[in-house]
Each structure stands twice: as C-alpha cells, then as structure tokens.
Ligand binder design. Sequence first.
Ligand SMILES: *Cc1c(COP(=O)(O)O)cnc(C)c1O
Length: 448
Amino acid sequence: MINRPHLPSIDQLLQNEQVQPMLEKFGHDLVVSALRQVVKGLRQSQRIASDQVIIEGTDVLLNQWSAPTLLPVINASGILLHTNLGRAPLSEKAFSAMQDMAVSYNNLEFDLDSGRRGSRALHAEQIITRLTGAESAYVVNNNAAAVLLVLSALANRKRVLVSRSQMVEIGGGFRVPDVMRQSGAKLVEIGTTNRLHLYDYENALQEAAGMVLCAHHSNFKIVGFTKEPALRDICTVAHAKDIPVFHDLGSGALLDTATFGLAHEPTVQESLQAGVDVLSFSGDKLMGGPQAGIIVGRKALLDKIKKHPLARALRPDKLCLAGVTATLLSYLTGKATHEIPIWQMISLPLDEIHQTALKWKQTLGQGEIIPGKSMVGGGSLPEESMPTTLFALHVSKPDRFMQSLRQQRIPIIARIEADQVLFDPRTVLPHQESYLLETLQKLLQSNA
Ligand SMILES: *Cc1c(COP(=O)(O)O)cnc(C)c1O
C-alpha cells in the first residue's frame, strides 16, 4: 500500500486569502481547474508541497492559460509586407472605422431609405468602382478566396488557359493549379516556363474555352531569355473568341510604385484599361488595408460571381468592409501616401530614415549606422529593394540576442547579417519606437 502524501483539498485552497485575487481575475471555474491540475501533478509524482507552492504553481498556470498567443510585434526586419507578421498595418482611419463598427449595431444589411433588408455588398462597391473605373466590384475574405470564387462561378468544368510561367505557389500552400482544380476548372497549360507567345493563346483558343487566367508571378521573378505578351494583346486575342480574361493581380497596387524609385508594379487601373474582364487582388498587401480579397470587373460577370453559393461562404464581415472602405477613401481623396502606413513607409525619404538610425545610435550610445536595403515583400516586386539606413548592433551572441528580442512583452523582430543584429527604422512604426529603444537599452545593459 502506497502512502499517499497529504495534500490540501481544493475547497481548503479556495479559502486561502492569496487565492482571492485569482478568483477575482480569472473566475471561479478556471481557478478550480488550475488548482486541480497542480494538485493532481503533485499527487502523481507523490510529492508533498506547501499551500504556498501549490498556489504559486496555480498562478503560473492561470497566466499561461489566459495569455494571448497572438501579439503585436515590432517589425524591424525592413520587410514592409511580411505575411508572417500580419502584412499591412492599418491606417488610423481604417482602424477608427472598424472600431466604430465593432462596438455598435450597423446597417450592414439594412436599407436606411426603405427600412427593409439591404445588401452588404453595396457598402464597398461604390468606392471601389469609382476608384478603379470598373463596372462592378465584390469583396470576399482574401484573395485566395477571390480566385477560387471567380473560377468556380465562371469556369467550372471549362477549359482555363494558364501560362506555364504562371503556375506559381504563392506561399502558405496557395498554388494556382491546386485552386483551379478545387474550382472544377480544367487547367490548360500553355507556353513554356520562360517563353510565352501570343500564338500560344491563339492555338489553345482553337478549342472552346471558358476563360484565360493571367496570374501575377507574385514572389518570384523569371529573368534572362523570357517573353510574355502584353496583357492588352492577350485580351484582344481572347475577346475575338468571346472568352473573358481573369487577372489575378495579387498585391493590387492602386498607386504607381515607380514614382517611389521602385520597379513598376502593374496597377489595378492599368490592368482594367488593358481590357481585363475580371481582376482580383488582396486588401492587405499593397492596398494597405485589412485582410480581404477584392474582385472587380464587368457587371455581367460580377453578377454571376455574386450569385454563386460560395460567395455566401466567403463573405467579409462588417469590420473588414469598414476597414476596406476607409482605406480606399484615402486613395480616392489623394491622401494614400500620407494616411496609409505601407505607403508612408514606401515614400519615407532616406534622409529621414538616416536621422532616425542616428538618433537610435546616440540614445543607446553604441551601434553603427550602415547602408542597407528594405524590401516590399507580400508577393509584390520580388528582388526589388529600397535603399535604407540600418542600425547595427555588435553583440557577442547574435542568435541569443535575437531570441531575447522575441521574448519581450512586445516581441521585436530584427535580422542578422555578418554577425550583426540589424534594425531597419523604415518598418518600425512611430508609436513603437520608444518601446524599442527602452527594450534595447535594457537588454544591452544586462548583456554588458
Ligand atoms: C498573395 C497572392 C494571392 C493570395 O492572396 P491572399 O490575400 O493571401 O489570400 C493570390 N494570388 C497572387 C498572385 C498573390 O500574390
């Protein structure tokens, strides 16, 4: 017979005065579960523990259980649109619109004129069509959903022509051919990996087809002996056979990146002007808004898309619609580069970045200022970078230092190059700067 160590009962522990604030903070049931787990652990390992030790263990457990795992972080990596770091931070205006919508009832599907049921699709459509010149628009949860919906609604069981050079995987398991299969479309590959000619389309269109799909290469680039016909010419060839052209534009620039010293990223407006019938892009890449997929194009096609059963399953919520609309209003009023964080970062003058890096060096009394590169990321402008000024720290164990940066209350994401820990001021948001400096100061002191 095992001699069971004596442990206090849960009821006894609940009376302990140190447990009272826990009950207040975490609620009775959660505290009981945590106490039980701690006591059970002790019993199984046949250990005796004081009430004090049990209560401390319970507190640790309760804090673990209630701590959020999704946290704001400081992005000092210099990658503006980092899918792992939540892509685009929102503008103040988008945030405030979403906040208003979050804490109130609203007319999401209510027509204020007639007092009857309205349509949620209306709210964003007007501003998107005004901005892009498209006949019609529809918003879904993300661009992967947009591509799936467009293909399902317009090309189910039909041949869809795609260039071999565009059979890309975007990351996170999104592969153009897999989405096509899922939608029921029949993939017809044309051209070669590096060369695509207009006659490839003409030849494939000898046989009946449902659609021509042009997909943005996203995060990779084909260089060297390459060729791709102009979108306008592809549209002419497809339209001669009455076949619609769908452009998965990916990042969806609404401003010309070339005006900021970057390569030219095709814009939504240009693609529509080239004659594309349906186009889709993400809300949280270069548009700089919340996660969303935006579909624009010809009204007859959009009407079919809106009626497809999947449209209901992929519909955006009120917060998304409020954020998308508020973000787009910044473009409509010509204020995108002032109001939308992603465009503020893209248009930040090098001199200003340099001044910030210098200030960090002075504040911390160590480190170096070195020239470097920021990347746009987010499946746009692959291999393209912007000149920046980096703040570089020499520490004895860079990997260990990076880990402590990630373990802060607001984790800090930097990068290592040549054994230096690098911080790019371009992607550090102004409201997070003081926390970054305080934390670096603290870590460098304890490191010294
Ligand atoms: C990013 C991207 C997608 C997926 O968009 P999500 O908004 O992440 O769902 C689809 N196609 C292209 C070309 C992309 O770049």
